[in-house]
Design a protein around this ligand. Sequence first.
Ligand code: HEM
Length: 428
Amino acid sequence: MTTMTSAVTLPPGPSVPRAVQGAYALTQPLRGMRRLKERYGDAFTVNVPIFGNAVVLADPAEIKQLFTSGPDLVDNLEVNLGRVLGPRSLFALSGDEHKRQRKLLVPPFHGRRLAAYEQIVEAETVRELASWPDGKEFATLPSMMRITLNAILRAVFGAEGAEFAELRELLPPFVTLGSRLAVLPITKKGRFNPWRRFERMRRDYDAIVDRLIAKARPDGDDVLAMMLQTRHDDGSGLTRDEIADQLLTLLTAGHETTATTLAWAVERLRRHPAILRELTESDDLLDATILEVQRTRPVIDLTARQVKQDGFRLGRWTLPKGYNVLVSIALVHDDDAVFPHAATFDPHRFDGARPDLYQWIPFGGGTRRCLGAAFATMEMTVVLRTLLRDFTLVPTSEPGERWHSRGVAYAPAKGGRAVVRRRTGGEQ
Ligand code: HEM
């Protein structure tokens, strides 16, 4: 039960100055979190850049309470995302406005609708894998980035032809610049300011979205076509600006996250030949393998909320209004008490059981849980199924790749290197 009292009780945490904590958080984020958990337990208080004073949670019961608390108690923590994705982005909205927008965006991402996109993902995968070298080591991440970008452009933006080609050029540098501007304290003043370049790119982007809207077919099954048809309870639809901001949000949230998870899947499978063999013989273990890749290599390590009322009781703690709360996805996934032998990569742990969605949390949780979770799962399933059908992935005894932050997500540091052999009879 959530009750309100005024006395603040915060978890323990380091007392070193913010600058020192910040330097550590920026250079050693995951190792830093693990050390703090060893020292202070499964909740601690930190003071770091971007998030300021924040409580970090790694206890599943407290995380469940946080995820299931209403937006009057905890809500969005705006970290400048509105400035880069647009003020109507789901990431920038709170409370009722978030609920209202999200309600219209959920149906196109519902599991049943997604079957329509499988063909797109398979075609993009086959097209990309045609260039994979036989028997020569290479990084798979660039390929995964192209597959997931093209899949979103076609299935979500409904883009083909000129708009598809222009968005493919424009969006990767636009998103990279945007994710830097979201976290760096750069004002919009000055002639050679990077914001100028960003605003120019945004104008180009808006012009392409206008063309896509003009071309969209009312009976189209891409997400943009559905956004144009959908209506709020009062009969009003989404405006052009809302559509443009949400499409950019979907691309930013869904492109690199899915691609890096796929690169990790390659990295993990090459180091677990028995699992790889099982997967080659049957598809049965594929769903569980994807769950286990996301458990052991969550590409987003934190999700954040902000306390909206004074004296918010969260498990053992009482937090003041304005305090930020971070959920450490990696710490929960690493916890032997939650996942026995957590360090072992073992998809069989999910045999016959779906994971508890407050313990297996790569997509966050509650009213702000990843909108594209089913889409991402569909994509990863189709890409891996196609890859394993057309190629033999050669195992390796090399140590695992390290984590590397790319801005939006954590990727394998060497890009998920692979050696593959094309199967005879596989599709070209
Ligand atoms: C493996 C791939 C992905 C991972 C690991 C991932 C992870 C996440 C996480 C951790 C959040 C924050 C949830 C929270 O605060 O509780 C999130 C939010 C979101 N994701 Fe994903 N995501 C992935 C793919 C996608 C895809 C493919 C799309 C869409 C095409 C997408 C769209 C979104 C959106 C719109 C939100 C904001 C939801 C809201 O605020 O209501 N994501 N995602």
